[in-house]
Design a protein around this ligand. Structure first.
Ligand code: ADP
Ligand code: MG
Length: 729
């Protein structure tokens, strides 16, 4: 019988690109057609309902029952026209996925008739039995109810005949069980703090939003090859596989031409995304073979987060149609680049000013500097929290592996801007400045945009880099929910903006003029943040030593990184802003730690099975072939001084035995270590043991399997090899 591997390879050879026809050459003809946009609200809602919903979106005002009924009926009418038969509350539970429970748009009446029904109360709130979502001990088992509540700021959409209503998800006792609840709270807090600072510069500013543009990296693999790899199916990454002789050494993939099957897939999911109002714009090949990237135009952060979650979902569905699988794991293959999700972040005022872009006047540039130094100081102060916010089991393979930023959180500004800050440090002092000095300083601050114009130095090795008009948080993993890093970043910046305002007011009370006080605080913030600024090569070992001298932490494993969720400064940060309570933080810590344990446990089980059921028997089969061969040779050719008959075969037989022995021993050891770890009551102890004793076994077992792959007859090898997974499509 043909092996699964060869069957899969044969399948791949028969593949052809799917025909994908564009609905229209102009994306504007179909952009957002599956979204209940403001324009459609205007069309389907009464004037009264429309005004209420816009007010709710813009100011967070409550919607009463009567208006909710009106909105629900308009939304239903629109959704049914788009082909929807069902509706669902769509939310982001803490398992990292999105959740939905579909209900049909009808009810049974008492006399058994069906009537279409979708009331305001069904739109606004539901009580899903959510006992199977992670809750970190928040929800008692006897009270399994959770609430989902409509988030009008993210528009409803229709996908697969279902009207999806973005919602938050909280426990019966009111604690957040999702990402969206704290995200919305943090964005709100930033709005207030940022407006206060903007008021120093422009009285017309009354709202500040966070903007987020993510870049999603991913791998594609053919469906048949994927199915032939239990490790990919069950863990999202390969747990074994020898490096392909050629992979990314020649760097010939980056921005290379896109293979036709892949291009068809991209076009297809982009159409789907555009219909859902996700403004995907950029696509290209990434560094590793079969690795790609997709990026939209940035949007308001809450919407951008929803859109990223939705896009990952759309990609997975469309890929299956094209007989591909999308790998969103941070490190599907050892030895080549993994995937990240850069989070480009900035803040924008209602007057259309990007607060992280230098402006045209000294005044607007001073404002820019105020936001810039507040962000840097925030990253410095809460580096460990930011590190925790991106700590996923998959991301651990990537950070610091010469392909992604290290685990040390630092900020890259580029030499010009660094110079500007250094200059400010020298020129501003707490002594009163002379009018001349002030004028000169203003003139220099006014020159910032020109300085930045030729700011071509870009540093790919920094986890948090300024890129001209925004910061780019690069350490985020490809499978992550962007809300996690955003909540931490936004809250940390809010804290510093509040602090900035307080410091200015303190100086003003001491009779310092306000504009001078602002400059002094900018200077203070810049000076405080010097240790976190780093322009050099983040991949180099030198940086580790240097970072340690500067007091920056370098946390390389997940359990240790997560501890920052429980630190005093984190609790204070989120507590003061009302973003997350201590209980919610503890729950999040526990959920993520448990997730780490489960992921490693699954990987260990899968690799154990692969080793024992696939690899060991295969190697034994080949060893038997060699044994037969040696036996057959005996007496056939006499040994002579040049030639040791059967010697090479015997050596190979011995080598195979050694690897087999070590694999078997390690698999047994790994199982014993798991048992010991599982017996621990506390999840902390458990995670510690998984980290120390189970995780290392994975690498050790793999090493021997990969050695065997080089020895065993290619025809016998049971699973697609790296060269096939990476190059066949
Ligand atoms: P690169 O790979 O050079 O970083 P990309 O074009 O791939 O550039 O991605 C840049 C991302 O940054 C895009 O999603 C873009 O919309 C986003 N972006 C640009 N300006 C802002 C901003 N002010 N706020 C947030 N994101 C932004
Ligand atoms: Mg980028």
């Amino acid at each position: 019988m043909e092996s699964v591997r060869f069957h899969a390879l044969r399948e791949v050879l028969t593949r052809k690109p799917l025909e994908v026809s564009l609905p229209s050459v102009k994306a504007s003809d179909y952009f957002g057609e599956n979204v209940f946009t403001r324009r459609k609200m205007q069309e389907y809602l009464s004037k009264e309902a429309f005004i209420h919903v816009i007010d709710a979106i813009e100011t967070g005002s409550k919607i009463d029952r009567r208006i909710a009924n009106q909105i629900a009926s308009g939304m239903k009418a629109w959704a049914i026209e788009r082909g929807a038969t069902h509706y669902t509350h769509w939310f982001h539970p803490l398992n990292g996925n999105t959740a939905e429970k579909h209900d049909a748009f009808f009810d049974l009446t008492e006399d058994g008739e069906i009537i279409e029904n979708f009331s305001g109360s069904l739109l606004v709130q539901q009580e899903p039995d959510a006992s199977s979502f992670p809750n970190g001990g928040i929800r008692n088992t006897f009270e399994a109810r959770g609430y989902t509540a409509w988030d009008p700021s993210s528009p409803a959409f229709v996908i697969d005949h279902t009207l999806c209503i973005p919602t938050i998800f909280v426990s019966y006792t009111g604690e957040a069980l999702d990402y969206k609840t704290p995200l919305l709270k943090s964005l709100n807090a930033l709005d207030k703090a940022a407006v206060n600072i903007c008021q120093y510069f422009d009285k017309n500013v009354n709202k500040v939003i966070s903007t987020l543009g993510w870049e999603q990296e991913y791998f594609l693999v053919d469906e048949a090859l994927y199915q032939a790899r239990p490790d990919l199916v069950l863990t999202g990454r390969t747990l074994m596989g020898h490096a392909s002789a050629k992979d990314q050494q020649l760097e010939d993939n980056y921005f290379g031409s896109i293979p036709s099957r892949v291009a068809a897939f991209m076009r297809d999911f982009e159409i789907e995304a555009l219909r859902l109002g996700i403004p995907v714009k950029t696509r290209h090949n990434e560094v590793a073979p079969n690795q790609f990237e997709c990026a939209p135009v940035f949007e308001e952060a809450n919407l951008a987060v929803d859109h990223n979650q939705l896009l990952m979902d759309v990609m997975e569905r469309v890929a299956i149609k094209h007989k591909f699988r999308v790998l969103l794991h941070e490190k599907p293959y050892a030895g080549i680049n993994g995937s990240g999700k850069h989070n480009n972040w900035s803040m924008m005022t209602n007057t259309g000013v990007n607060l992280l872009a230098p402006g045209k006047t000294p005044k607007s540039n001073t404002q820019f500097l105020a936001f810039l130094v507040s962000t840097i100081r925030a990253v410095h102060k809460h580096a460990d929290l930011l590190r925790a916010s991106i700590a996923l089991p998959g991301n651990r393979h990537r950070l610091g592996a010469n392909e992604a930023p290290p685990s040390i959180i630092s900020v890259f500004l580029g030499k010009h801007l660094t110079h500007v800050l250094e200059d400010l440090e020298k020129r501003i002092s707490s002594k009163k400045m002379s009018p001349d000095e002030k004028a000169e300083l203003k003139l220099d601050i006014g020159k910032i945009p020109e300085i930045l114009l030729d700011n071509t130095d870009r540093n790919r090795t920094s986890p948090f880099a300024f890129t001209g008009n925004r910061f780019e948080f690069r350490a985020v993993g490809s499978s992550a929910n962007c809300a996690s890093p955003m909540i931490s970043l936004v809250s940390a910046v809010t804290e510093q903006l509040m602090c900035f305002g307080n410091e200015v007011e303190k100086l003003v009370q001491k009779n310092v003029k306000r504009d001078e006080a602002i400059l002094q605080v900018i200077r203070k913030f810049a000076v405080d943040s010097i240790p976190v600024l780093f322009e050099g090569n983040g991949y180099g070992d030198g940086w580790k030593t240097e970072a340690e001298k500067r007091g920056l932490t370098n946390i390389t494993n997940v359990p240790e990184a997560l501890v920052a969720f429980l630190s005093k400064s984190t609790k204070e940060l989120f507590g003061k802003q009302g973003v997350l309570s201590e209980r919610e933080l503890e729950a999040r810590y526990e959920i993520r730690l448990e997730n780490y344990v489960k992921k490693i446990q699954i990987e260990a089980r899968v690799l154990g099975d692969i080793a024992v059921n696939h690899i060991i028997p295969t190697a034994i089969n080949y060893q038997n072939v060699l044994i037969e061969n040696v036996k057959g040779l005996q007496g056939l050719i006499p040994n002579n001084e040049f030639y040791d008959v059967g010697g090479f075969q015997l050596q190979t037989i011995k080598k195979i035995s050694e690897h087999l022995f070590l694999i078997r021993t390690k698999v047994d050891e790994m199982r014993e270590e798991r048992k010991k770890a599982n017996a621990e009551q506390s999840v902390e102890e458990k995670a510690g043991l998984y980290l120390k004793n189970v995780q290392p076994c994975l690498d050790q077992i793999r090493r021997h399997i990969d050695k065997l792959e080089l020895i065993v007859d290619d025809r016998l090898w049971p699973m697609p090899k790296y060269r096939e997974l990476l190059f066949v499509n």
